[in-house]
Design a protein around this ligand. Sequence first.
Ligand SMILES: [Zn+2]
Length: 202
Amino acid sequence: MSVKGPKRCAIIPVMLLALIVGYAGSGVAQNVRKPTPHDVVNPPLCSNNSGETVLFLERNEGRSPVAAGMAVRDASGKPVVFRFNYAATPAEFQRFIDRHECAHHQTGDVDRPHPPRNSADHLMNESISDCIAILRLRDEEGFNRDGFNRVTAVMRSEMTKIGFPEISISSRIRNIDTCFSKYGPPQDFVRGILKQRGLPQE
Ligand SMILES: [Zn+2]
């Protein structure tokens, strides 16, 4: 099997943006309160559409106050999710990022050509991963509307902190709300995506 180049999820540009913002704002750094670290949750079970187990690996280099995830194949070709700075965000949002990144493996995104950043196809992949993440939290972790509200409140504050416009934030949350309110089980949704893409599924 050939090893594909890294596939970066939309959460990564967020991190880069945070670095830029951090650099530009370094003159007032002493006024920025250090975030209180949160306990890091156990990762969920995750396997890709070929049935390979996905490993979750902590990456805490740097001092970014922003938690992020990345779904890739590592140098040896194994499917992994890198968990960056998870202690920077509350448990509910850590759980959401894990499942969002896992979804990029479940739907085969990681092994497909990466669409241009911010293209319609790219945004569609992100919406699909968001959808699978919230469905798993709903059906596997018992998140009710309160849980949904906690996840999206943190999402809103994290996205605001790094400069996303309100329209991006509200449309992302609206998509997640539609999935949470109207869609069936996550495995059915994943199956539908793989079928639509003509990809094999385990
Ligand atoms: Zn993503």
